[in-house]
Design a protein around this ligand. Sequence first.
Ligand code: ATP
Ligand code: MG
Length: 276
Amino acid sequence: MAPELLERVPQISLKSFDIGCLIGKGQFGRVYIAREKLSGYIVALKVLSIEELIKVNAERQLRREVEIQTNLRHPNILRLLGYFQDDIYFVLILEYAAKGELYKQLVKSRRLKEKKASRYIAQTAKALSYIHQKHVIHRDIKPENLLIDFHDEIKIADFGLSVHTIQRRRTICGTLDYLPPEMVEGKEHDEKIDLWSLGVLCYELLTGTAPFEEACHTATYKRIAKVEFTLPDHLSFEACNLICSLLQHDPKQRLPLKDVLKHPWIREYEGQPSSN
Ligand code: ATP
Ligand code: MG
C-alpha cells in the first residue's frame, strides 16, 4: 500500500477518464490529454509515480503545488481541478492548455512580434498581481512555465515545483537566466523577484535570448549583479522603457504591476485581437 501523499478523493480514479495521447514528460511523470467520461470535459492529467516522488523527496514540493494552485482562480493561472491517487500513481487533474509551452512557441518563431509579446506580458502581469495579493510569489516565471490555451491566453503553471524547475532550464547556462540580483547575491527576496523575471521574460520574448545569457554561470552571475544587458535596435522605445523599468537592481525601484498594466507599451495593444 502506497503511503498517503495527500487526501484521497475516492470517487475519482483513472477509470473516470478516457486517456488520450501523451502531451509531455516531466521530471516525475507524464502528462496526458484526457476526457472525463461523465462530463465529456477535456483535461490534462499529470500522472506522477509515487515511488519516484518519494525517492527524490519531492512530496513537500508537490503538496505545496497542490495547496497553492487549488486556491487560485484566475483566467491566466492554470486551474488545478482536482487530484487523486492509487497505489502507484499520484494524479493531478489540470486545465488543458491546448497550445502548450510558450517556450516551444518562442523556439519555433525565434522571437515574438511586439503586439503578441505585449499581450502575453499583460496577461502574465495580471496573474502575478492576483497571486501577489494572495501573498504567493511564483519565483520561477519563464517561458517553460507559461502555457498557452486554445484562445492564446497565458496560463501560469508550475507552482511549488519551482525549486526543481529552476535547475532545469534548457540552455547551457540557463539555470541562472531568470534569477534576480538579490538571489544571485544571496540576499533576502520578496514578491519583487517576479517583477524582475517579468522584465527578463519581456526581453526574451522580444529578442529570442535572455538578457544576461552567457556560456558559463560565473559570467551570467556577474552580468545579473551589474544589470548589464544591451537592447537590440529593432526594439521599440516603449518596449525598451518597460524592460528597463523592470530590470532594476533595487527591487523597490522596479515598476509595480499596476503600473506595468498602465504602461504605454501594454496599453498600445490592449483589446486588439490575439492573432499575429
Ligand atoms: P516539472 O516536473 O518540473 O514540472 P515539466 O514542467 O517539464 O517539469 P510537467 O509539468 O510534468 O513537466 O509537464 C510536462 C510537459 O507537459 C510540459 O512541458 C507541457 O508541455 C505539457 N503540459 C503540462 N501540463 C499541461 C497542461 N495542463 N496542458 C497542456 N500541456 C501540459
Ligand atoms: Mg511543469
